[in-house]
Design a protein around this ligand. Structure first.
Ligand code: SF4
Length: 332
C-alpha cells in the first residue's frame, strides 16, 4: 500500500465509509480519514467555505483542510443517486467543484460521478474508473467491489440492531460478533430525525445523542429502521416523494414512527441554511399535528450553537415527556 487516499469524516462518511474502506484496502490503497470534528476543524471550514453554505458543508471544508497534508489523493466523489430513485442535495453534487475552486494546495481530487439512474452497472463502472487511478484492473475491482458490498451489508445490519454508525464501524474492525454490545433499552424512547452527518457528529450536534443517553432516553434514528419498512411508506400522503435522498428517508421515518407510535417523542435536528430542510421540517411538523399524543420538537444547529441553550431545551422537553408518561398509565 503506497498511495494514501484521504476521506473526510463528514457527510457520506457516516453511511458509506465501511464500503469505501473495504474497497480501497482490497485494491491496495491506504485510507486515511480526518480526525473527529473539533472547534478548530469547524472554524477552518467556516473560514474557507461560502458564507451562505449550510453548516455540514462548512464542516466538510474543515475536514478537507485537516486532511490535505496527510494524503496523495482526496476522495470526493460526485454522488448524484445511489438508489435509482432520489438524488442527493445539490450541494453534494457540486462538492468537488466547491472544494477545488475554494482551497489552495490540496491533493488531486477523485471526483468520479456516481449516478445509479444511468443503468444497472453504473455504480460498478464508477468504481472501475476510481480503481483506474490506482492501476487496478477489472478483476481486482470486481473482487474489491464485492468485498465492499458484503462489508456494507454487515454494517447496515449492525445499524438495524440499534448501533450508531461510529460504534458499528468500530465493530466492523473487530469481526467477533459475540462481543456486540447493543444500546441499553430504557423506559423513554425518542426518535431523532435528521441527516446522519448532523446527528452522529457529536461536535456539531452538541452531543445530542450523548445528552439523551445521560437523561435515560433510548434513541431510534432512520438508520435503525429496516429500509424495506421505509420504502413501504410510499410518498407519506404527498402526490410525489421528496427529491432528496436523506430528506425522503427522514420524512418516511417520521411518517412510520408517528403512525405506529412506538416512540414517546420525536425530535427533528435541522441545519441552519439547509434548503431541503426548509421543506422537510414543514412536512414533519404537519405530520406531527396529526398525532398530537406524540410530542415533537425541532432543534436547529449552526456553527454558533451553544451547549447550554441546547441542554436547557432538551432537559425541559425530556422532563415534560417523562411527566406526561408517568401521569398516564396507558402510555407505559
Ligand atoms: S441536505 Fe441540507 S444540510 Fe445537507 S448538504 Fe444539503 S443543504 Fe446542507
Amino acid at each position: 500500500m503506497n498511495k494514501k487516499l484521504g476521506i473526510p469524516s463528514a457527510l457520506l462518511y457516516y453511511i458509506y465509509y465501511p464500503f469505501w474502506q473495504a474497497f480501497f484496502n482490497e485494491i491496495g490503497v491506504q485510507v486515511v480519514t480526518s480526525s473527529s470534528t473539533t472547534k478548530n476543524i469547524l472554524d477552518k471550514g467556516v473560514r474557507e467555505a461560502l458564507a451562505d453554505a449550510c453548516v455540514p458543508i462548512k464542516l466538510f471544508f474543515g475536514h478537507v483542510m485537516d486532511l490535505k497534508n496527510k494524503c496523495d489523493y482526496l476522495f470526493i466523489p460526485r454522488v448524484v443517486c445511489l438508489n435509482g430513485k432520489t438524488i442527493y442535495c445539490p450541494k453534494f453534487l457540486g462538492l468537488p467543484d466547491m472544494i477545488r475552486h475554494s482551497l489552495d494546495g490540496i491533493p488531486p481530487i477523485i471526483d468520479v460521478r456516481i449516478d445509479a439512474r444511468q443503468g444497472r452497472l453504473s455504480k460498478f463502472k464508477a468504481y472501475l474508473e476510481i480503481g483506474s487511478y490506482f492501476g487496478a484492473g477489472h478483476n481486482i475491482v470486481l473482487k474489491a467491489y464485492y468485498k465492499a458490498w458484503i462489508t456494507l451489508r454487515r454494517y447496515n445490519r449492525l445499524l438495524r440492531k440499534g448501533l450508531n454508525p461510529l460504534d458499528a464501524m468500530e465493530h466492523i474492525k473487530n469481526p467477533n460478533d459475540k462481543e456486540l454490545i447493543l444500546p441499553a433499552k430504557s423506559n423513554l424512547k425518542f426518535a431523532v430525525l435528521g441527516y446522519p452527518y448532523a446527528i452522529y457528529d457529536s461536535f456539531i450536534s452538541v452531543n445530542l445523542l450523548g445528552k439523551l443517553k445521560k437523561m435515560g432516553v433510548s434513541v431510534l434514528t432512520a438508520e435503525n429502521i429496516n429500509p424495506l419498512t421505509l420504502a413501504l411508506q410510499k410518498n407519506c400522503g404527498l402526490p410525489k416523494r421528496l427529491f432528496w435522498t436523506f430528506s425522503d428517508a427522514a420524512l418516511k421515518a417520521a411518517h412510520y414512527l408517528f403512525r405506529h407510535g412506538r416512540v414517546d417523542a420525536v425530535l427533528h435536528l435541522t441545519a441552519f441554511g439547509c434548503g431541503p430542510d426548509s421543506i422537510l421540517n414543514k412536512f414533519i411538523e404537519l405530520e406531527a399535528k396529526q398525532y398530537r399524543d406524540i410530542p415533537f420538537m425541532t432543534l436547529m444547529i449552526d456553527e454558533h450553537t451553544g451547549e447550554a441553550g441546547m441542554a436547557t431545551r432538551l432537559e425541559a422537553f425530556v422532563d415534560m415527556v417523562r411527566r406526561r408518561k408517568e401521569a398516564c398509565p396507558c402510555r407505559n
